[in-house]
Write a protein that binds this ligand. Structure first.
Ligand SMILES: [Zn+2]
Length: 331
């Protein structure tokens, strides 16, 4: 590549012209293609993608380990058929799940898979992905209703499916089943009152759990009720997750009456762990839980608080209090 001693291991295609520029660079020096390990194509908002050029690029990057393909909605369904990247480990795309089957079958060694919405046909009740074996995938991010059952995956991010027919996250969890799962991050709705019970029954060995409460009008008419403020049941189910070390929860609701006040937070969060004061006297401490992180809303406007509580010293202590985090803050 002109001006640099070694060709870059990564390439980002942000406009259609970048595809042709890459092909030209490779024609000038084949080492440009051989050096690529990370290849990202983000053309979602572009017009029709020149499929021949895109396929040519894919055929050149034979050493790619990470491939991101975010393409316009009208991308032809057979784009990836017969494409093979022998070293591919991570694949992220917004292509419809049904269009990925041949490609995924050719890449059983994939360890990380990140998929956007399903976009299956209206006559397909079940996601086509559920028919293929993805047991080699260790890290998966996909809509809850699409996750295929497997026992080897260790980290799963389940997002809410965009299909209105999938209205129950617990139902999707039940059909998914991964008893050896260690890390789970998932969306849920304010009226998924039994979410923790469902998780405990599906993935009892969890070490880290992140729950992201979605904004949505609840189907049941109780705006103040949430899974986590029914402390009797919430704390009981938390105990059933007997290996859980870290719990994180993001909600747009008010978790405490006096936000960002340590004593107020402590009282609320201890109830999550031990139930009501009367229960706490008879109930054992959670055997493994050492960290609770919560992102909650304050009463005033859209402000919020991220708080982290830890028990590394034996007693629960606040270790982080962040007021008004940016919406893009990692959680
Ligand atoms: Zn799907």
């Amino acid at each position: 590549m002109p001006g640099s001693m070694y060709p870059s291991p990564s390439r980002h295609i942000g406009v259609v012209e970048d595809l042709y520029r890459f092909i030209d660079d490779v024609e000038a020096d084949v080492a440009v293609a051989l050096a690529i390990t990370h290849f990202t194509v983000e053309l979602e908002l572009e017009g029709p993608v020149p499929i021949v050029a895109l396929r040519q690029c894919l055929s050149l990057i034979i050493n790619a380990t990470d491939l991101v393909l975010l393409l316009p909605l009208d991308t032809p369904p057979h784009l990836l058929d017969n494409e093979f990247l022998p070293k591919l480990e991570l694949f992220k795309t917004n292509l419809p799940h049904g269009d990925l089957l041949p490609f995924l079958r050719l890449h059983p060694h994939l360890s990380a898979l990140c998929l956007h919405s399903c976009r299956r046909r209206t006559d397909e009740r079940v996601c086509p992905l559920r028919a293929i074996n993805l047991s080699g995938v260790l890290t998966m991010e996909c809509p809850a209703g699409c996750a295929p059952g497997a026992t080897r995956r260790q980290l799963i991010r389940l997002a809410v499916d965009d299909r209105p027919s999938v209205d129950s996250i617990p139902q999707a969890l039940r059909s998914f089943g991964a008893p050896s799962l260690l890390y789970l991050s998932m969306d849920f709705f304010p009226d998924d009152y039994d979410i923790l019970r469902e998780i405990a029954s599906v993935a009892p060995c969890l070490r880290k759990l992140t729950l992201l409460e979605k904004h949505r009008n609840t189907r049941r008419q109780s705006h103040s009720r949430h899974a986590w403020n029914d402390v009797v049941r919430w704390s009981g189910w938390l105990l059933k997750l007997e290996y859980l070390e870290e719990l994180a929860l993001r909600t747009a609701a008010e978790v405490v009456r006096r936000p960002a006040i340590i004593s107020s937070e402590k009282a609320a969060l201890l109830q999550w762990i031990s139930g009501t004061q009367r229960q706490a006297k008879h109930r054992p401490q959670h055997p493994t839980l050492t960290s609770i992180r919560v992102w909650y809303r304050c009463r005033d406007a859209n402000h919020g608080v991220i708080t982290n509580w830890s028990r590394y010293t034996g007693t629960w202590e606040n270790t982080l209090l962040l007021r008004n985090p940016l919406p893009t803050t990692l959680f």
